[in-house]
Ligand binder design. Structure first.
Ligand code: PLP
Length: 422
């Protein structure tokens, strides 16, 4: 009778034990961890060929998954436990049925579009989009026979007119990166439902703490987890949260295109990012309001856009749509402002911050505990051609500020000094 695996005993050498350890150990029990463990195993031991076959056949078949007892993990690129725990929590907080995570936000956006669109289809997007999303739509999608069109979603009637026979999906950010215009999710989702089009909302700027688009009727939410959900600037990640019906295709897409979130990146988001989301966002919002008010009163600033300001042009919509878990207005932490003197003045301001500011760092990305500043037309949105920038209301003198958790007075001090150079 063959020996049961897992028992270390002679004639195996200590060296083999160091390679294999014990196969069965009482040290592996998720229920008894206070902190979720990192499971870092690129492949999984299968105790029988039948279990392997059942894992493969049930991978994208939700009914087969529901029938079997417990998960069958096969290979990291298919599914793995640390990432799965993060997905459960993200689906819950976004009020969706399922979440599938990806290596980055861009991988998540590509997957959401990839499972919905076919050659010959068309996607309609809002004029202003994160530069790489714009590049995905204009550089790569046409190679797959998919056309992108751009309209102003702040007027949903224009979107209604733009939807044509071939339109299969609409994609937008709200608040929009970097202009912070707000798009009426319920209105857009209503149009999409009537016209049989899938609505995809990039909720990166708001996070589920400030806005939950699925509860307003959207079909899919995409995230760059790299930003406020991770929160500390340590890890990249992306997610699609949606209805159960899209889960199989998203898993298949992720398996075959391979843009999986590493469990080593999922773990900090699960252990540090999500649990501290509310605390960080509340502090960042308080700071953002103080900083936005300061900027609004500064003679060298032409315009400040922050959904929390009284002067925000779409204030009623923002108040209705952007609410925290308690239903309180939650305008998030991003500010867009335009300095008098245009691009050269903005450049001087940002360079002054880079060289002299203690609390403000010149860097792309956003949603970290540290305050970051950048110039979108020169950096994050440089992929947008001049016409798209104009249509999207991006100003060459525009500056994007991602407000962190520092002392608000210190942030204002550093900005005041930098504005003297404008
Ligand atoms: N969506 C928005 C609104 C972004 O700002 C970004 C990145 O800045 C992305 C998506 C892409 O995310 P990632 O860098 O994680 O791929």
């Amino acid at each position: 009778m063959p020996k049961r695996r897992g028992a270390y005993q002679p004639p195996y050498s200590k060296h083999s034990f160091l390679v294999h350890g014990k196969f069965l150990t009482s040290k592996w029990d998720f229920e008894h961890h206070v902190v979720p463990p990192i499971s870092s195993s690129s492949t999984y031991r299968l105790e029988s060929a039948q279990r392997g076959a059942s894992g493969f056949c049930g991978y994208v078949d939700p009914q087969a998954r529901a029938r079997r007892r417990g998960e069958i993990f096969i290979y990291d690129r298919l599914d793995e436990p640390t990432r799965a725990m993060l997905e459960e929590r993200l689906a819950f907080v976004e009020e969706g049925e399922r979440c599938v995570t990806f290596a980055t936000g861009m991988a998540a956006i590509a997957a959401a579009l990839g499972v919905v669109l076919r050659s010959g289809d068309e996607v309609v997007a809002h004029h202003a989009l994160y530069g790489c999303t714009y590049s995905l739509l204009t550089t790569w999608m046409p190679r797959m026979g998919i056309r992108a069109r751009y309209v102003d979603f702040t007027d949903p009637r224009r979107l209604e007119r733009a939807i044509g026979r071939r339109t299969r999906a609409v994609l937008f950010e709200t608040p929009v990166n970097p202009t912070l215009e707000v798009i009426d999710i319920a209105a857009v989702a209503g149009i999409c439902r009537r016209r049989g089009v899938i609505s995809i909302v990039d909720n990166t700027f708001a996070t589920p703490f400030c806005q939950r688009p699925l509860s307003l009727g959207a079909d899919m939410v995409v995230h760059s987890l790299t930003k406020n959900i991770c929160g500390f600037g340590t890890d990249m990640g992306g997610a699609v949260v949606t209805r159960r019906q899209f889960e199989g295709d998203l898993l298949l897409y992720r398996k075959d295109f391979g843009g999986v979130l590493s469990p080593k990146n999922a773990w900090p988001i699960l252990v540090y990012g999500l649990p501290s989301l509310e605390l960080r966002m509340r502090k960042e919002e308080q700071n953002a309001l103080e900083v936005a008010r300061f900027l609004e009163g500064h003679p060298k600033v032409a315009r400040v856009v922050y959904p929390g300001l009284e002067s925000f042009p779409q204030r009623a919509l923002a108040r209705r749509q952007m609410t925290d878990f308690d239903g309180t207005f939650a305008p998030s932490n991003m500010i867009y402002f335009v300095v008098k003197g245009g691009e050269p003045a903005a450049s001087r301001l940002v360079n002054h911050c880079a060289r002299h500011a203690y609390t403000i760092t010149l860097a792309v990305s956003l949603g970290q505990i540290r305050t970051l500043i950048e110039m979108p037309t020169a950096m994050t949105h440089s992929a947008l051609p001049a016409g798209a920038r104009r249509a999207g209301h991006l100003d060459p003198g525009g500056v994007r500020l991602s407000v962190g958790i520092e002392d608000a007075g210190d942030l204002i001090h550093d900005l005041r000094e930098a504005l003297q150079t404008c």
